[in-house]
Write a protein that binds this ligand. Structure first.
Ligand SMILES: [Zn+2]
Length: 450
């Protein structure tokens, strides 16, 4: 019999072990260079974590989607609900090692932080989840439901060899009632206390390709040809001037702005003015703006083969980020409307479908309770948020799992995580321990423990 308090205390006792595992994982390079089979080498990371689990008497599985592309699955059995801890083992490449304060795969400890590529995104989660299972198992805790761990490959290049592959080929191994995944992370300090975001939904990513056909000809006699470039230039102008539908109905807007002391209730008319006023919080301001609307951003133009020839066609590619519910049909209709009269061909393709889980779920309330136990106080608010990027959560939600981006950082953690996908990535040891305590508490609260 172990109480939640005893289990939480065991996290502090395992501090060196947790930090050591994290350093060892950071020292195992799992660099993912793109959407292809022969990269990542995540199996090496899986083996490291698997041996830690095996030492404690847990028998994990490593399932490879391709040679070297291991996905780690482990479970603590129990009858009842199922809770899934999701994370990923791959990391983005390092651009210029010389710009790093400590070598990026050294796992150097400095100022209470572990430095290295992947330290934060997302090896901190892998370690916190693994150690939660280990500590529960060592304590002989009997859970009233099943706790499952998935440390997936390939998140950084779209998940085709990772969570996407597992959800397609082994859905029963990971399907759960509830799951937590990366996201949420840094609390927002406000005059009315701490706010912890919990990500309930993600924008989708689509790609729109617009084509204008003309008639080629010699550039010295432009009247004899039909140059498609001006029409596409006009399309770009109109896209940049596009006024998307604004939706600030998600509770995140109200909760955060209220806590920041913004007097006005956010609505479609005032949200831009409110965001422009958050001059001391530029990151939050752009997130709120991006979370309130679809964005269509021209990113690539292709036309012509020679400078003295009028091209017979021009292509424009746009990155499109849609809110939950804004699908490819919606994007196409909006683009048709924007480019009316220009006679363009429009193709819309998905990278990730926008997706969400209910913000008012009873599980969100359990997350609030577990974070309170992990922090040791209740002086914070948990605010449902939308993430403007996308994660592996989108593969689990269609399986019927309620998934939340809930990987809290310590209140003293650096709020601007510029090292994630940048130079000098690090993870505070305090955050590592907080996250492990949170995982232990959440398992106990969600599944029951004896
Ligand atoms: Zn990540």
């Amino acid at each position: 019999m172990s109480t939640i308090e005893e289990l939480l205390a065991s996290v502090e006792q395992a501090r060196d072990e947790i930090v050591g595992l994290h350093q060892a994982l950071v020292r195992t390079p799992t660099i993912n260079v793109g959407p292809r089979a022969d990269t990542g080498n995540e199996t090496a990371a899986c083996e490291l974590v698997a041996s830690k689990l095996a030492e404690a008497g847990i028998q994990p599985e490593i399932i490879e989607s391709a040679p070297g592309r291991g996905n780690l699955i482990a479970r603590l059995p129990g009858e009842g609900r199922r809770l899934l801890f999701m994370s990923h083992t791959d990391v983005v490449p390092v651009e210029d090692e010389t710009l790093w304060e400590h070598p990026p795969f050294s796992g150097t400890i400095d100022r209470g932080r572990v430095y290295g590529r992947g330290a934060d995104d997302d090896k901190g989660d892998v370690v916190a989840h693994c150690m939660a299972l280990v500590l529960l198992q060592r304590a002989g805790a009997r859970l009233g439901g099943e706790l499952v761990l998935l440390a997936a490959a390939d998140e950084e290049s779209g998940g085709r060899w990772g969570a996407g592959w597992i959800a397609e080929h082994h859905p029963d191994k990971v399907r759960a009632d509830f799951a937590i995944n990366e996201g949420g992370s840094s609390p927002i300090q406000t005059p009315h206390g701490l706010i912890y975001p919990i990500c309930t939904g993600e924008k989708g990513r689509l790609e729109a390709r617009l084509t204008k056909k003309g008639r080629s000809g010699h550039a010295s006699r432009p009247w004899a040809a039909d140059n498609p470039v001006p029409a596409m230039a006009e399309a770009v102008q109109r896209i940049m001037a596009y006024d998307p539908e604004i939706d600030v109905s998600h509770p995140f807007f109200r909760e955060v702005l209220e806590a920041l002391g913004v007097e006005h209730v956010p609505n479609a008319e005032n949200i831009d003015r409110i965001c422009d006023g958050l001059t001391d919080r530029p990151a939050l301001a752009t997130t709120l703006k991006a979370a309130s609307r679809m964005t269509i951003t021209p990113t690539m133009v292709e036309a012509g083969v020679k400078s003295n020839s009028i091209p017979d066609r021009i292509h424009l590619t746009c990155d499109v980020r849609g809110l939950p519910g804004q699908d490819d049909r919606y994007v196409r209709e909006e683009l048709e409307h924007i480019t009316q009269g220009l006679d363009l061909e429009i193709e819309v393709d998905y990278t990730a479908v926008s997706n969400d889980s209910p913000a008012d779920s009873s599980f969100v309330d359990l997350c609030r309770q577990s974070l309170g136990l992990a922090l040791g106080h209740q002086e914070f608010r948990l605010a449902p948020a939308i993430t403007v990027g996308f994660t592996d959560s989108r593969f689990l939600r269609p399986l019927g799992t309620q998934v939340y981006g809930f990987a809290p950082h310590h209140p003293n953690a650096e709020p601007a995580r510029t090292g994630v996908h940048g130079n000098n990535e690090f993870m505070e040891i305090d955050s590592l321990l907080l996250r492990t305590r949170n995982a232990v508490a959440l398992a106990c609260l969600t599944l029951g423990v004896a």
